[in-house]
Write a protein that binds this ligand. Sequence first.
Ligand code: SF4
Ligand code: SF4
Length: 141
Amino acid sequence: MGETRSIDIFQLLLESSGRKRRRSEVLSSLGIKEHFIDGDIEIDKRTCRGVDCQLCIKVCPTNALYWGYGQINIIKDLCIHCTACVLICMVDDCIKVTRKRANNKVESFSNPRQVFRLLQSIGSEKRLGIVNRIFQSRRFS
Ligand code: SF4
Ligand code: SF4
């Protein structure tokens, strides 16, 4: 009869909450505020220009990226999913950032156009909000 492996769910929860605490301690010591409740980052090492580029390392605000063992490495616990690295990367689909907003909306970026599109739509929404507020204030004045 095969041996059944039991998972200690309480230990797992304890470990993950400790990790979250350490992460927020490190980020707050850097003066960095988290804007997304969850996220992930992947780098395709096959398409990365590596040692000739390293632009992503230079723009990362938290030093989550570093050069070592002949490749780009990620300290995922330091990544705040800001997408600065996606914006600067010269290779489409090399870096992929996925993040979840407070309203549970999931966003995914793997090239600068997707980031610009989001920034543009945020800008449009803000402008629309301003126009609506002006319109409402004129209607009731
Ligand atoms: S910016 Fe892109 S291509 Fe350049 S090192 Fe970083 S992941 Fe590689
Ligand atoms: S998403 Fe932002 S914090 Fe994360 S690795 Fe890229 S530049 Fe650094």
